[in-house]
Design a protein around this ligand. Structure first.
Ligand code: AMP
Length: 175
């Protein structure tokens, strides 16, 4: 009998009304629990990067760390974490960005990227694009060249790709 490979979407769990009413949270933990799913997801994330020169992967706290680190290891390049304020011990560059209510700040080490380095930014979900836009700004302020913004999932109806245009966006799964 023919066995069918599960689609990547089938590993991701929709959790309605989390963290608040009206939001459908895309839960990644069910994907992380499946070695086959993780392998399939990593392969999809790498598929468009194989013949490109990439110097570093920048991953966004916290869910961007899981596959960001796997991507960096697979491509044999350094991983750079973007963190919430006050977590990184050395000199940082900061960028604020708008949330639905209020604003937030992200930070990265100032010496994490050198001028001219080719960078892939990775996060789990591209929603409105505010988070990724803030990270693009920091990377470019440090002189990095953004090769691609890379996501496991993209919520197309929120048009995040428009916000980070003209940067190239790749998502393994679109909703
Ligand atoms: P945004 O800045 O609106 O693109 O939001 C992206 C960030 O919020 C990512 O770091 C995601 O982890 C998180 N996020 C936004 N919407 C969702 C969702 N529906 N499910 C899971 N995470 C989400």
């Amino acid at each position: 009998m023919e066995t069918k490979t599960p689609t990547l979407k089938s590993y991701i769990t929709d959790v309605p009304d989390f963290p608040k009413k009206g939001i459908i949270f895309k839960d990644l933990t069910s994907l992380l629990e499946s070695p086959e799913g993780v392998e399939q997801c990593l392969e999809a994330l790498i598929s468009t990067l194989k013949n490109k020169q990439i110097d570093k992967i920048v991953g966004i706290e916290a869910r961007g760390f899981f596959f960001g680190m796997l991507l960096a290891t697979a491509l044999k390049v350094p991983f750079v974490p973007v963190r919430k304020p006050g977590k990184l011990p050395r000199k940082v560059i900061s960028q604020s960005y708008e949330l639905e209510y209020g604003s937030d700040v992200l930070e990265m080490h100032e010496d994490a990227i050198k001028s001219g380095e080719k960078i892939v930014i990775h996060d789990d979900v591209l929603a409105t694009g505010g988070t990724a836009e803030a990270v693009c700004k920091m990377v470019e302020t440090l002189g990095g060249q953004i090769v691609q913004c890379n996501f496991i999932m993209q919520l197309d109806f929120l048009e995040g790709a428009k916000k980070i245009a003209p940067h190239t966006v790749f998502s393994a799964v679109n909703y």
